[in-house]
Design a protein around this ligand. Structure first.
Ligand SMILES: [Zn+2]
Length: 168
């Protein structure tokens, strides 16, 4: 139990860092949007003077430069968060092993589909590879997809929750 507590603690720290970085990404994304609006307003700078056109072009160039810098930072943050999420490929594989039968009630291997309005159970569970497939809408998925669809959580959260459910 102690080891699992440590793993949980380590992952909580990652979540804090990740939240901070996600806030930063939200801020940067908002800024990108603002720059777009500002650029439209720069058109008002143009009068019949040559210098006004030079000013306009200057502002547009500065705005474009800022956009490039912001996109670089967003890209950099995203590549860091992939490492600090605390999720490994092994965790994902473990989460995929979570029996779908514990998430959905199947009767004779069939259940109502989670992805479309299903009147007759069309969702089949394949125990051998722990996957589901709907024969009405064609959707297929694993335990992570099922958990995401049931709870609305994102992929990383779904992996964490299924992993913890299995191992703690
Ligand atoms: Zn379906």
């Amino acid at each position: 139990m102690l080891v699992f507590d440590m793993v949980r603690k380590a992952k909580e720290i990652d979540i804090d860092v990740n939240n901070a970085l996600n806030c930063r990404i939200r801020y940067l994304t908002d800024r990108l949007w603002d720059i777009g609006e500002e650029k439209e307003n720069y058109c008002e700078l143009i009068t019949d003077n040559d210098w006004s056109i030079a000013l306009f072009l200057n502002r547009i160039a500065a705005a474009n430069k800022e956009k490039v810098e912001i996109r670089k930072e967003i890209h950099a943050i995203k590549s860091i968060t992939a490492n600090i999420e605390g999720i490994t490929a092994a965790d994902i594989e473990q989460a995929k092993m979570y029996p779908i039968g514990r998430l959905i009630d199947f009767s004779k291997g069939k259940a109502l589909c989670l992805w479309h309005v299903d009147k007759n159970p069309s969702l089949h569970w394949y125990r051998q590879n722990n996957k589901v497939k709907c024969f009405a809408c064609g959707k297929s998925g694993d335990s992570i997809d099922v958990h995401m669809q049931q709870t609305g959580v994102d992929f990383i959260t779904a992996v964490r929750q299924l992993f913890w459910e299995l191992y703690t």
